[in-house]
Write a protein that binds this ligand. Structure first.
Ligand SMILES: [Zn+2]
Length: 344
């Protein structure tokens, strides 16, 4: 976990895509960052400083009409701005040493890293980033789950709407104001991980512990089978006490990306394991494993799913067997008929 005495950097980015849309964009950088806005907040929640800079686009100088509409700017507004490598250096100098990122949503930290990679700048993010997704944390305070817009949260918390939205600095400020209204304890125990830079070695693999579940992020593997066979991936421990669970249902896949299993801890009851397979840009695999305490009802549902899948697999096998037998019979009939004809 990040150091609790370090500042929070509330970050908001604006980006632009190819003016002709997705089909034309550069795979290495589908979204080019054109504005960085950030607010620095102390560990106790006090506003310390702000940062704002436009960036002169190098890849998509013509702005997509949606960017122009949403941000209310044109290339003219950006043509005298500095380039991404220049702005980013100034930004990280401003961040100082030891800080924790907060964002509204899960996109910003991925996009900033993708833009850095595009320019071959690797010194700012050397491992997977832990951060606080305030959009997700805000949704925990609501009755219904699901992502809300920043504007929704500002209204729900009765914060004054004195500035427009969709300007990086204004949005960062609104996000900071929302953050000040949220319970700090709730924020601190609900950190997220950005997987853009996933673990590369066993030593970099990540173990995260939350209130009633734990998460494990594996290193990457070239082959899916090797990944699934790996000890760190296949074992299921109790998220509360860390003890190895007794296996009740072995790993089974519900689709190509997700696997489930069920274990039980002597002290804490049923534990559900979930593997979410992720594919990297160079077509390797890594996995996010979640181990969660579940009720007997939930455990039963998982068992039912496992049995249902098995029954369907068995039915498919039987159907294939019958089809094979029918084909054999029809071939035999044909050859007998042929022979009968030859004899007569
Ligand atoms: Zn336990």
């Amino acid at each position: 976990m990040p150091n609790v005495t370090s500042n929070f950097i509330i970050l908001d980015l604006e980006w632009n895509g190819h003016p002709d849309g997705k089909a034309a964009h550069d795979e290495a950088m589908p979204f080019e960052i054109i504005e960085i806005g950030a607010v620095k907040v102390s560990p106790s929640g006090d506003f310390l400083d702000e940062f704002q800079a436009y960036i002169r686009p190098q890849v998509y100088p013509k702005l997509h009409y949606k960017t122009r509409e949403l941000l209310g700017i044109t290339y003219k507004d950006l043509k005298n701005a500095r380039t991404f490598p220049e702005v980013i250096e100034q930004f990280f100098t401003w961040c100082g040493r030891g800080y924790r990122f907060c964002t509204w949503g899960s996109m910003d930290l991925t996009e900033i890293q993708r833009n850095l990679s595009y320019y071959g700048i690797s010194r700012y993010f050397t491992k997977p980033v832990l951060y606080y997704n305030l959009q997700q944390i805000f949704s925990l305070t609501q009755e219904e789950p699901g992502a809300r817009t920043l504007q929704y949260a500002v209204k729900a918390l009765n914060l004054p709407e004195t500035r427009p939205y969709h300007d990086a600095l204004d949005d960062a400020k609104y996000t900071a104001e929302v953050m000040q209204k949220l319970d700090l304890e709730l924020i601190l125990k609900n950190f997220s991980v950005d997987y853009y830079r996933h673990p590369q070695s066993k030593a970099e693999e990540i173990y995260l512990s939350y209130e009633d579940y734990s998460e494990f992020i594996s290193r990457e593997y070239t082959k899916r089978e090797d990944l699934l066979r790996s000890h760190n991936v296949a074992t299921l421990t109790c998220p509360l006490c860390g003890a190895k669970t007794n296996r009740e249902v072995s790993w089974f896949s519900s689709n190509i990306k997700n696997y489930y299993c069920l274990g039980s801890c002597k002290r804490h009851g049923y534990v559900q394991g979930k593997l979410h397979l992720k594919r990297t840009a160079d077509l390797h695999y890594f996995v996010i494993k979640t181990s969660r305490i579940v009720s007997a009802t939930e455990a039963n549902e998982l068992l039912a799913r496992y049995e249902d899948l098995n029954a369907r697999k068995e039915a498919k096998k039987q159907a294939a067997k019958l089809a094979k037998r029918a084909k054999k019979a029809s071939l035999l009939t044909r050859s007998i008929r042929k022979k009968t004809k030859e004899e007569s």
